[in-house]
Ligand binder design. Structure first.
Ligand SMILES: [Zn+2]
Length: 241
């Protein structure tokens, strides 16, 4: 890509935080328990970054160069599949500000990050960097930062939830109440403003769905990589031409 074509997304302005569009991830690490009550919206087209733009990324904490480089490498796995470019910068003025010291795994949805005060991270991870889920969780949260939805809330998912068991599962594991489960798990968005590709059980944006919380024999395992459908979606959302 000709870098002359790239537009810089403006640095964040200090405004009142609006968490109504934040997203979070409860899977798969136990250590990444998430009690975020914020109502999460899905992949609203209006939350996407400007196509062919460059989004800046920084870290809130002083991390070792090794860890910063590792995070960057993981995040850049998204980059070949879209026209957005990423620039890692120092300081706290980036569009996406990462904290690896979070109480939960969560990310603002797409350009909602622009409305978060500069001293607050827009993407936090609670999963420790030495945990096997660290990289998958980071990929998932950065998917939200790019504006992607939870795949298990796709209108075509038709997941045969055992609702009682599902409520119990998320309460026991993550302390979620029924409203949390309703909004984070069961709620499906049909809005015209929502982008969706083909429903994909392999999506990095899909929570694990254990067989024990569904009716009949239905499950989704732990997804750890960007799926082929994820790549297709990204190319449609952020096309190169
Ligand atoms: Zn999530």
């Amino acid at each position: 890509m000709n870098t002359d074509d790239l537009r810089k997304v403006p640095t964040p302005s200090v405004q009142q935080a609006d968490n109504t569009n934040s997203t979070e991830n409860s899977s798969p690490a136990e250590s990444a328990e998430d009690s975020n009550k914020a109502k999460r919206s899905t992949g609203f087209i209006s939350k996407f970054w400007p196509n062919r733009s460059t989004i800046t990324v920084s870290f809130m904490e002083d991390l070792s160069d090794e860890l910063k480089y590792r995070v960057e490498r993981v995040i850049r796995r998204w980059e070949p599949h879209m026209s957005l470019a990423m620039e890692f910068v120092e300081g706290r003025q980036a569009n996406i500000r990462i904290s690896l010291n979070g109480m939960q795994n969560r990310s603002e949805l797409g350009n909602n990050a622009l409305y978060i005060p500069a001293d607050i991270p827009t993407l936090t991870l609670a999963t420790p960097s030495d945990h096997p889920s660290f990289e998958p969780d980071l990929l998932h949260e950065f998917g939200h930062a790019l504006g992607l939805n939870h795949e298990h809330q796709h209108p075509d998912a038709n997941i045969p939830w055992d609702m009682d068991r599902t409520y119990r599962y998320f309460k026991e594991r993550f302390g979620w109440d029924e409203n949390d489960v309703n909004s984070q798990i069961f709620e499906v968005h049909y809005d015209a403003d929502v982008f969706r590709g083909s429903y994909d059980k392999k999506s990095i944006m899909h929570y694990q769905v254990p067989n024990e919380i569904t009716l009949g024999d239905w499950e989704v395992g732990v997804n750890t990589t960007i799926s082929e459908q994820d790549k297709i979606n990204l190319r449609k959302i952020y096309p190169s031409n």
